[in-house]
Design a protein around this ligand. Sequence first.
Ligand code: UDP
Length: 487
Amino acid sequence: MDHRNLHIVVVSTPGIGHVIPVLVLAKRLATLHGVRVTIVRVTVAGAPPEPKLFTVPYPDDLVRILQLPPVDISHVVDESTQIVTRLFMMFRAAASSLRSAISALEPRPDAIVADLFSVETPGICTGEFDDIPKFYFIASNAWFSALAIYSPILDREIAGEYADLHEKLAIPGCVSVAPEDVPDPMLDRNDEQYGEYLKIGRSIPLFDGILISTWEELEKETLKAFRENETWKSIIDIPVYPIGPLTRPAGELKPSSELFSWLDKQPDDSVLFVSFGSGGVLSPEQTTELAWGLELSRQRFVWVVRPPTSGRADDEFFTVGGERSQETLAHLPEGFVARTGERAILIPMWAEQLEILSHPAVGGFLSHCGWNSTLESITNGIPMIAWPLYAEQRMNATLLTDQLSVAVRPAVLPAKKVVSREEVARLVRSVMEDDETGRRMRERAQQLKITGAEALINGGSSHKSLSQLLSKITASKKKQPTTPLLM
Ligand code: UDP
């Protein structure tokens, strides 16, 4: 079916981890299906510029980025206001400019796609846009999506804090979730962000379908539950479109030459990449232990180093790309740089992660398990050390270790106890050395890499799923009157 006359609006949440999959989705819609896409970006006033993400132009100017005037929420937040609350506040403050921006678009959009924190979009768009189908885009996995959708029910059925429970949280048809793995907003039911988070589950049924950055072969069981489990279908019965993995192709950024000429000289699969996503930071003590552990492992590594924080692990969420890069290396143990110089590269603040992970010398990834990082590792066939910090990363880490067998992890969550240098060294060796554990994880990661690539080719499961979504939008467009109604 030809979808070249479609125009889709994507409402995007700020934060690199949200912007990247939205850009990838837009690019895929434009490149593979000739669809016109307008990305509407809502941002917060005073945020620093983002790192450059894409340099290759979009085909035939099919993708436009519309930046709404940044919203100022400084008068309603303070130090204690959590990220999810801030994001919801931001969308509410931007509601009227979002509505006006969508109604001014030419041609009139045929579908509206709202990403994670713009979940209230159907409410924002009632009235004027009732005839336009709306889809919810979750740039995470199906398991997390299931928990988010099921959370309002857990809220009714369970008393007290989830983290204090002794039993796992059962979700119909899906793997149960360990209490300590619940996403951040579920850790404190008295915090305002818990109430905001529940709105995700309550609002998703208002959409006409859910797009998830996963694929059939990666999350068979959960996706099957969405389609076939009767309890599940009594809770929510809208189509789910697994359209992942949504990762940008490597090579779009020009990598820094010093790092890549060093990587070119290292043997295949010999370098561990260490990075905690766009927003992750460690405590001073953990930074020291990690540095010592990397040194003791005697393995080669590339580490994206950030100054430690005494605050929250997601401290850099709104500020990455800021001005703090110079002070970074000063926090490492004395003599560390000199002692590891031959076999390590330290990069302050930000690196071209995807280009690094796709270099043949890289054979392991110590990661905070953000979903983009997870996909970038899997789609390059790289086993991981799962080091979850915040958001839904604890679930992602468990998915990687217990369900997909492509990662090892510290015995105790890094948020609960500092991971010692000895444990770091042991984990690094188990991923990088050519022993049984490392070999098995590498093989598994290679298998997943293949299934991910197969899902995306013409006829693959995710390609088909995206085509089905576009056919649905095209069919609903045909139902609408083509000429204005005379009043
Ligand atoms: N990223 C990068 N360089 C960095 C840190 C992060 O290119 O130094 C990219 C990374 O490749 C990924 C995204 O930023 O695409 C981070 O998304 P993820 O979901 O992994 O984590 P988040 O930042 O949302 O916690």
